[in-house]
Ligand binder design. Structure first.
Ligand SMILES: [Fe+2]
Length: 366
């Protein structure tokens, strides 16, 4: 990738393809001290107030810099490296490729909590692990009540919901959700009825004295890719049908219409939603419904099968951070008479983890 000039035009040459860079694109990136605040990197001018017919009057390429005088009289010396950076996008979490996994996955890479971990390389590595596998476990996290909120706010900001800033997971009388019982919980994603759905769930184990109550995880990304390969018709209908997810209690009614497998504009995996006690398909054609019900049954079988699920026990001090748009989670049954099982959870969104990852990359020069 390189910059080339031809008359008063700037071109980007990339693998034999040559494209002109719009002069306005360069003009609005003028970075002299009169144009950009050096601390915030925010513009000191409003580009929408510039005239549209920005052109280049004078151009010179020397030693890693591009000197341009524009037809509105402004001059700037651009670093070629900075211009090329905009096309490489090497700072994105999308470049950390997702690694699909199934029941053969062995959890090995845990991260010990330590003083000031949020500014250390181990936090950077933990976040990379999170983006690869969809979850990461921190060990030896202080088992103080409500510590989960400090932890979450040290990465980014807690996403508060109608359950509060955080929630306690233990059996309680008259629960408004099955999570607050000792019943087994089949693999599901949390809160598909919210818009937007919370991106990341944090769960902190404070006490766990029971034999059962194992945590379960399933890689929804892997399952949906398998469905796409082996049952393309099922995959198609689950990516095309918006269903109504709903939550109702005494104080609120939450609804969101979404696909059970959501893909982006290029057809790539974006998000799974699965919570079969809360989903309501609209009354579409009978043939389509027939296909939808078969597809939902199949994906439920896959999510619940031994082939994809891992099971492990969270012990006091463990804190798991999991991608609620990619993974399904659940737990096995436990006997509340055996002792206490007490977890605290909260949500954060992707801007927290992405922002932290990019910050640590910059600070640690990685
Ligand atoms: Fe859950």
């Amino acid at each position: 990738m390189k910059i080339e000039l031809n008359e008063n035009k700037v071109f980007l040459e990339n693998q034999g393809l040559k494209k002109e860079i719009h002069p306005f694109w360069l003009r609005e990136r003028i970075d002299g001290k009169d144009y950009i605040d050096k601390i915030t990197q925010q513009r000191l001018f409003d580009p929408t107030e510039l005239k549209n017919n920005i052109k280049i009057d004078k151009l010179n390429l020397t030693d890693g810099f591009l000197e341009i005088t524009f037809n509105d009289g402004t001059y700037n010396k651009f670093s070629i490296e900075n211009i090329l950076k905009e096309f490489i996008n090497n700072n994105s979490t999308q470049n950390i490729g997702k690694v699909k996994w199934d029941s053969s996955f062995k959890i090995s890479n845990n991260f010990d909590f330590e003083e000031n971990i949020f500014e250390k390389k181990s936090m950077y590595e933990a976040l990379v692990h999170f983006y690869k596998f969809g979850f990461v476990i921190f060990k030896k996290v202080p088992t103080k009540n409500n510590f989960i909120v400090n932890f979450a706010n040290s990465i980014g900001s807690v996403r508060r919901t109608n359950f509060g800033e955080f929630f306690n997971v233990k059996s309680k009388p008259n629960p408004n959700d099955l999570a607050y019982t000792s019943l087994p919980l089949a693999p599901h994603t949390d809160n598909p009825y919210r818009n937007p759905v919370p991106c990341i769930q944090l769960l902190h184990c404070i006490e766990n004295e029971v034999k059962g109550g194992l945590s379960t995880l399933v890689d929804g990304y892997n399952v949906s890719e398998c469905l796409k390969k082996d049952y393309p018709e099922y995959y198609k209908i689950l990516t095309e049908t918006k269903v109504r997810f709903q939550f109702i209690d005494q104080s609120v009614i939450l609804e969101n219409w979404s696909e059970m497998i959501e893909v982006d504009q290029n057809g790539n995996f974006k998000q799974v939603r699965f919570s079969p006690r809360l989903d309501f398909v609209p009354l579409i054609d009978k043939e389509k419904l027939e296909l939808f019900y078969s597809a939902r049954k199949k994906i439920s079988e896959l999510y619940n099968s031994d082939k994809f699920r891992i099971e492990f026990k969270l012990i006091p001090g463990d804190l798991i951070m999991m991608d609620n748009h990619r993974l399904l989670h659940g737990r096995t049954r436990y006997d509340a008479n055996e002792g206490n099982r007490f977890l605290q959870g909260c949500y954060i969104d992707y801007d927290s983890t992405e922002g932290k990852l990019k910050h640590l990359k910059r600070e640690l020069n990685i």
